[in-house]
Write a protein that binds this ligand. Structure first.
Ligand SMILES: Cc1ncc(COP(=O)(O)O)c(C=O)c1O
Length: 401
């Protein structure tokens, strides 16, 4: 079993079976990105060492300004991780211990654990099987069962925004705030509006496998509200606005200057990289369709179901995720051929042992449980070569036909 929630550099480089034939395809290969922008990164990092301003140095403010511009919001506040960004965003909008926060049943664990860390309770809703994002209808039904909800926290899973049009309608009915878990969606848009500018606040992750990534842990909160931004800035620094005068209990979650310097460099490339991801996704679609193993979906039977992009969404394909009924067998076959793949995620949130106390029974969220059995992420990263992509498609076709 993978020891961490996302791919590490060592897993990535072990994709080739090692028998001499170049059949392997890595799920991700950071070395190729480094080959492309290494000198830019090193000179940015060197500048930080020269300045010796490792905590909240000038690169942090520069990154925050540039990222805010990119997301079309007034404020961006760097922090130590995406998990902290969720925590900070919810705390700053006023989620309190004892509150309920409605979120998807199918996401990375931190979406739910950040709610619990605040002393609040996650209320889960099932997903739309076409996008694997929270289903607005299920969200509405959950609101009827739990009328007092402080906030709704949709996740833009795999790089595609949740249906913000429908969710805004649902949130309007309960008068609760929408907060984005945009950890996987830097550069994505819904109906023209960038992820990060949709909700009252948004949380991004720059974990090294993300489509905009740091050289370690990093995250960011965005918001249009000066008051929320001010509170996030205070909370990320021990509840302090004036040095050593603490207004409330915060924590230490500043963005390292070194990480900000790295992110500033990568921000210059992220649009081009996202474009390449979109082109690779379109090409996967063409190649798979030509094999004849594609089924219309959303449920696969003998073949595979391709990811579906809502026409209102600008999907950035942080992950390219297919659905296959015999998913585990296929994955074993791909591994034998040295082709990287990953399951995001093998369990729905209510199936996690750590969340058993939420009290949901097996079968409570059938679409999320089904997704956990069927989803498989294939190699997609800006430097993936066309011939490698063809090898992935051929291996899957051979298995399914
Ligand atoms: C949907 C989602 N939410 C939250 C997080 C947490 O981000 P981080 O790993 O930076 O703490 C992640 C990252 O793995 C994620 O994918």
């Amino acid at each position: 079993m993978t020891p961490v929630h996302n791919v590490t550099t060592s897993e990535v480089s072990s994709a080739d079976p090692g028998d001499g034939a170049p059949t392997g395809v890595p799920l991700l290969d950071f070395a190729r990105e480094y080959a492309q922008i290494g000198p830019e990164l090193l000179s940015a990092v060197e500048a930080v060492f020269r300045s010796q301003r490792f905590v909240l140095g000038p690169e942090v403010a520069s990154f925050e300004e540039a990222a805010a511009r990119h997301c079309g919001v007034a404020e961006a506040i760097g922090c130590a991780s995406g998990t902290d960004a969720l925590w900070l965003a919810m705390a700053a909008v006023g989620v309190q211990p004892g509150d309920r926060v409605l979120t998807t049943a199918f996401s990375f664990f931190a979406t739910a654990s950040a709610i619990l860390r605040l002393g609040a309770t996650p209320v889960l809703a099932d997903i739309d099987p076409r996008t694997s994002n929270i289903d607005p209808k299920a969200t509405g039904a959950a609101l009827e069962k739990h009328p007092v909800i402080r906030a709704i926290l949709p996740v833009h899973l795999y790089g595609q925004c949740a249906d913000w049009t429908a969710l805004s309608g649902v949130a309007g009915r309960c008068n609760c705030l929408l907060i984005e878990d945009a950890a996987q969606a830097f550069g994505a848009r819904w109906d023209g509006t960038p992820a990060g500018a949709l909700g009252a606040a948004a949380a991004f992750s720059f974990y090294p496998t993300k489509n905009l990534s740091a050289a370690g842990e990093a995250g960011m909160v965005t918001t249009a509200s000066a008051a929320i931004a001010r509170r996030v800035r205070s909370l990320r620094a021990h509840g302090m606005e004036v040095r050593y005068y603490h207004e409330e209990i915060g924590w230490n979650s500043r963005l390292d200057t070194l990480q900000a310097a790295v992110l500033l460099v990568k921000l210059r490339h992220v649009d081009e990289w996202n474009q390449r991801r979109r082109a690779l996704a379109a090409r996967y679609g063409e190649l798979f369709t030509a094999t004849g193993v594609v089924e219309p979906g959303p449920y696969p039977h003998h073949g595979l179901v391709l990811p579906w992009a809502d026409p209102r969404a600008h999907h950035v394909y942080h992950q390219y995720v297919i659905r296959v009924a015999r998913r585990d067998e296929l994955r074993t076959r791909l591994t034998q051929r040295g082709i990287g793949s990953e399951i995001y995620y093998p369990l729905a949130l209510h199936q996690q042992k750590a969340l058993a106390s939420l009290g949901y029974r097996a079968g409570a969220f059938p679409e999320s449980e089904r997704a956990a059995r069927e989803v498989l992420a294939l190699p997609i990263f800006p430097q993936l070569r066309d011939d490698e992509q063809e090898r992935v498609v051929t291996a899957i076709r051979d298995f399914l036909s």
